[in-house]
Ligand binder design. Sequence first.
Ligand SMILES: [Zn+2]
Length: 113
Amino acid sequence: MHKYFKKQEFACRCGCGQSDVADELLTVLVDVREHFGKPVIINSANRCPTHNKNVGGAKNSMHLKGIAADIRVSGVSPVEVHKYLTEKYPHSYGIGKYNTFTHIDVRDYKARW
Ligand SMILES: [Zn+2]
């Protein structure tokens, strides 16, 4: 699929096979990969409705649509990753800060948490 990412990395963790990746999301992840020059680890991308329910995801979670990823960048704190994304895309996307990862999704309006 791409030199940095394999489609399997985006697959729903329940094994159902759902592994959609929006082109725009991939573009953002490649940018993060190249900006930091470090591997980007995808904790969670796709979730099918069953898996999303099992992990307590929001009912309208962007993870259901193949447009979201929870990521870690090897050797980089989530605070730094969050800062980079919010500064790079000040007017768009969903970007969420967590202790151990950063959420990014390419929804068509701005959201922050
Ligand atoms: Zn699934």
